[in-house]
Design a protein around this ligand. Structure first.
Ligand SMILES: C[S@@+](CC[C@H](N)C(=O)[O-])C[C@H]1O[C@@H](n2cnc3c(N)ncnc32)[C@H](O)[C@@H]1O
Length: 247
């Protein structure tokens, strides 16, 4: 049953979606006003009508909904790359994760839905406050966003961390410090938008002493289903390269 203070995903006609908290307020949408207090006591999957009689289905939000609806500050990591990081590091509920940079917290939120604890560093004050709000909205008390430069902060960290994720420009410079705070057998996953940065990361990983490593590029193509037929989408979007290294 849905309680006051719960975060809900409201789905309406035309694929419109809204994230909202159940409280004594009305949500303004282009399909009319939704009485959020009226959601309290409903079962998940119920429908509530706006003042214009338009139906909204009430769903429990999942990590993928935060990817679509949280406030963004920059380039969030794409689900295909997040999925690869989760799969190749074998992320699990016993893990403690170190993440940098947080950005708007999209990757950190996905990690937080799986891992025991996530500590995420972001150097930019404004991004820190956006990410903290996004993490709080997702209800993740196990994700801690810290303000700081990981290149300096990693020296002070004790660890150990089971998994470290890097999505920041100067990731190669962080690799040596990361090696020290990883548990033996732990994984580093470092995302780079450019070949050059990916190659620098590989060199840094080798220098640091990682036992084995590989760099991958994940391709994803949606199917376009049209009146004349079905075919892979012609949009091919490059995101980046992920170097996965094991201590
Ligand atoms: C591409 S964004 C990260 C996006 C994030 N992974 C997500 O999924 O939302 C890169 C972030 O790294 C931060 N950053 C860059 N260098 C950093 C450093 N040395 N320490 C901590 N954060 C850093 C930037 O301020 C920026 O917000």
């Amino acid at each position: 049953m849905i309680a006051a203070g719960d975060l809900v995903l409201l789905r309406a006609e035309g694929g419109r979606e809204y994230l909202a908290t159940v409280k004594d307020e009305r949500l303004h949408t282009d399909l009319g006003l939704v009485d959020l207090k009226g959601i309290e006591g409903l079962e998940w999957g119920s429908t509530i009508a706006s003042h214009l009689g338009k139906p909204f289905t009430v769903l429990r939000p999942r990590a993928t909904d935060f990817f679509k609806h949280v406030k963004r500050t920059g380039a969030p990591m794409m689900p295909k790359d997040i999925g690869a990081i989760i799969a190749y590091t074998g992320l699990c509920p016993m893990d403690t994760v170190l993440d940098a940079g947080t950005g708007s917290g999209v990757l950190a939120i996905y990690l937080g839905f799986i891992a025991k604890k996530v500590i995420s560093y972001e150097v930019n004050d404004h991004f820190v406050s956006v990410a903290r709000k996004n993490v709080a909205q997702a209800g993740l008390s196990n994700v801690e966003v810290r303000q700081g430069d990981i290149l300096e902060e990693v020296e002070k960290l004790e660890g150990p961390f089971d998994v470290v994720t890097l999505d920041m420009q100067d990731a190669p410079s962080a690799v040596e410090g990361i090696y020290r705070v990883l548990v033996p057998g732990g994984f580093l996953a470092s995302y780079s938008p450019f070949f050059e940065q990916a190659m620098e990361t590989r060199k840094a990983v080798e220098r640091a002493g990682f036992a084995n490593y590989s760099t991958i590029m994940v391709s994803e193509q949606e199917l376009e289903v049209g009146k004349r037929g079905t075919r892979p989408s012609t949009r091919v979007g490059h995101t980046g390269f992920i170097t996965i290294a094991r201590k």
